[in-house]
Ligand binder design. Structure first.
Ligand SMILES: C[S@@+](CC[C@H](N)C(=O)[O-])C[C@H]1O[C@@H](n2cnc3c(N)ncnc32)[C@H](O)[C@@H]1O
Length: 231
C-alpha cells in the first residue's frame, strides 16, 4: 500500500479507536457469525482487524505471537505472508477498503475499473477460502451502503430496514463491487471456489453505527471443503 493510503487508513483507525462501546451491536453480530460456524476453538485470522472493536476476543487465548502483538499495536503492518491455515477466518469490512484503493489509484472512470473491482473481489474471496483449514469457517462481513448515499439509514430499524435496503440494492445504490447479489454470484460462480467453499450462508443486512455515519452491512459465511470435490 502506498504511504499516503497507509496514512489515510491510520487516520481512520485513529478516529474509531475509542469506539468499543459504540460498536457493541455490530461486534455482537460479527462475533456471533464467526462462532456460529465453528466451535470457538483453534486459530483465528482477522483481515481488516484495525482496532479490533468489531470482534469480541475476550475469550481468545492470545498465545499466537502475531495476534498478541497486533492487539497491542493495531496499526502495525501485517506480515506479508499469513501463516495459515486457520480454523476461522474473518474479513471485517476490509473488501470495500481494498476496492477503494482502486478508486484512489485508477479512478472510477478507468476503462478497466469494473474488471479490476471484480478481480479484487474474487481474489479476496479466494484468499479467505485458502486461509481456512479444511472444515474451517470463513466469514466475509462487508459494508455496502453509507448513510451519506442513503441518509435514512441512520434512522431505520427492522422490520422496515430490510425492505428499504432491498430497494436500495435493487436500485444499485451500493458501493463498488459489494452488491450482495454480485458477491454471492462471485462466490458461487467461481470454479476455484467451487472446489473449496461449501455450506454457503448469508446473514440479514444490518446497520453499523460508526459515529460519523452509518453503514449497511451484509455477511456471507462458508466452510472450507475438507477435500476438493471430484471434477
Ligand atoms: C472498516 S475497518 C474494520 C474495522 C476494524 N475491524 C476495527 O474494529 O477497528 C477496515 C480495516 O482494514 C484495514 N485495511 C485497509 N486496507 C488494508 C490492507 N490493504 N491490508 C490490511 N488491512 C487494511 C484498515 O486499516 C482498517 O483497520
Amino acid at each position: 500500500m502506498s504511504a499516503d493510503l497507509t496514512a489515510l487508513h491510520r487516520g481512520f483507525n485513529a478516529t474509531t479507536r475509542t469506539h468499543w462501546d459504540r460498536y457493541a451491536v455490530h461486534r455482537r453480530r460479527v462475533t456471533t457469525l464467526l462462532l456460529a460456524g465453528g466451535n470457538g476453538q483453534g486459530r483465528l485470522c482477522v483481515l481488516g482487524a484495525g482496532n479490533c472493536n468489531d470482534l469480541d476476543l475476550a475469550d481468545a487465548q492470545l498465545d499466537d505471537a502475531g495476534l498478541a502483538a497486533y492487539a497491542e499495536a493495531p496499526e502495525r503492518e501485517l506480515p506479508a505472508q499469513l501463516d495459515g491455515p486457520y480454523d476461522a477466518v474473518a474479513s471485517c469490512c476490509l473488501l470495500t477498503q481494498l476496492i477503494d484503493t482502486l478508486v484512489h489509484r485508477f479512478g472510477e472512470t478507468h476503462a478497466r475499473f469494473a474488471a479490476l473491482v471484480q478481480a479484487v473481489r474474487l481474489g479476496h474471496l479466494r484468499l479467505l477460502a485458502s486461509l481456512a483449514a479444511p472444515g474451517g469457517v470463513a466469514v466475509l462481513v462487508t459494508d455496502f451502503l453509507s448513510s451519506e448515499a442513503y441518509p435514512a439509514l441512520s434512522t431505520l430499524a427492522p422490520p422496515v430496514l430490510g425492505r428499504a435496503l432491498a430497494e436500495q440494492v435493487q436500485k444499485g445504490n451500493v458501493f463498488h463491487g459489494v452488491h450482495p447479489g454480485a458477491l454471492m454470484q462471485a462466490l458461487r460462480g467461481d470454479a476455484v471456489l467451487a472446489t473449496r467453499a461449501e455450506s454457503i450462508e448469508t446473514a440479514q443486512p444490518l446497520v453499523w453505527d460508526i459515529g460519523a455515519r452509518h453503514y449497511a452491512v451484509c455477511a456471507v459465511r462458508f466452510r472450507r471443503r475438507a477435500e476438493p470435490s471430484p471434477a
